[in-house]
Design a protein around this ligand. Structure first.
Ligand code: SF4
Length: 164
């Protein structure tokens, strides 16, 4: 159960009374519930109990009785509910999805974004390099001798180029 703490405006989540469980006690709400609507125990035993209760309610004419949290809900919940109406009436999603199902899509989008950034970075580096070459070429002067030998005169050195 997740709630917003009205005092400090932060999300609060049920800890399943971790401190009580560490001391061999049942969660406080299960122990205090006067109608035993909240039950705690071994999951298989609780499922058996819930299914028996659904059968009992349906045999009494409550055809909408169902367990929310069986295998049809994200593979089965370890905390499930006996409902007698649509899940939305209780503030529960009718077709919940595990957040982890979004991870492959998000991961793929991140990889594509990273690849695009990498390509842009390479293009930027190449452009800077080509701009550098162009600037050097503008400053250089090639003179060609009578034998066809070309001499490259740059601002720093005179070097002979082996191109005819
Ligand atoms: S009392 Fe119940 S709802 Fe509150 S923390 Fe314990 S188990 Fe969770």
């Amino acid at each position: 159960m997740i709630e917003i703490n009205p005092v400090n405006d932060t999300a609060m989540k049920c800890t399943l009374c971790y401190d009580r469980m560490q001391n061999g006690l049942t969660p406080a709400c299960a122990q205090a519930c006067p109608t035993a609507s909240i039950q705690f125990g071994a999951i298989d035993e609780l499922r058996e109990r819930a299914r028996a209760r659904v059968e009992q309610l349906q045999s009494q004419g409550e055809s909408r009785a169902r367990i929310y949290g069986e295998a049809d809900i994200v593979g089965g919940l370890n905390s499930f509910y006996l409902l007698v109406d649509e899940p939305e009436v209780y503030g529960l999603p009718s077709n919940p999805k595990l957040p982890s199902r979004n991870v492959p899509t998000g991961g793929a989008l991140s990889a594509v974004g990273a690849a695009a950034m990498g390509v842009l970075g390479l293009v930027g580096l190449r452009k800077r390099r080509m701009d550098g070459f162009a600037a050097e070429a503008r400053q250089a002067r090639i003179t060609r001798g009578a034998d066809g030998t070309a001499t490259l005169d740059t601002a720093d050195t005179d070097e002979e180029v082996d191109r005819a």
